[in-house]
Design a protein around this ligand. Structure first.
Ligand code: ZN
Length: 96
C-alpha cells in the first residue's frame, strides 16, 4: 500500500463527493514522557513491555492538521475516475 501525500487543503471527489481525511501519523514515545513535537496529539495509548527492549512506551497518534491526498489525482478511487470519464464522454466532451 502506497503512502498518502500531505496536502494543506482538503479535496472533494467530483464524482462521489467524498472528502480527503486528516493526515495522521503514529509515533512511539517513552511511557509517561510529555510529547514535545510541534504536531497536535489526537490520542495516546500505553503499550507495556515492548518485547525487544522491555521498555514501556506510549503510542501517540499525531497530526499537523494537514489532509491526505487522493491516490488518483482529483478522484478518491479509480472507479470514480472511470465513471466520471465515461459520463464526460457521454456528455460530449472529447479531446481532439
Ligand atoms: Zn469518488
Amino acid at each position: 500500500m502506497s503512502r498518502f501525500e500531505e496536502i494543506s487543503e482538503p479535496k472533494t471527489c467530483p464524482w462521489c463527493g467524498k472528502t480527503t481525511g486528516k493526515f495522521t501519523q503514529q509515533i512511539e514515545c517513552p511511557a509517561g514522557e510529555p510529547y514535545t513535537g510541534n504536531a497536535r496529539v489526537l490520542s495516546r495509548k500505553p503499550r507495556h513491555r515492548k518485547p525487544q527492549n522491555e521498555v514501556d512506551i506510549d503510542i501517540l497518534r499525531i497530526t499537523h492538521d494537514l489532509f491526505r491526498d487522493f491516490h488518483y489525482g482529483q478522484f478518491d478511487t479509480l472507479r470514480c475516475a472511470e465513471e466520471f470519464a465515461n459520463a464526460a464522454y457521454r456528455a460530449g466532451y472529447q479531446i481532439k
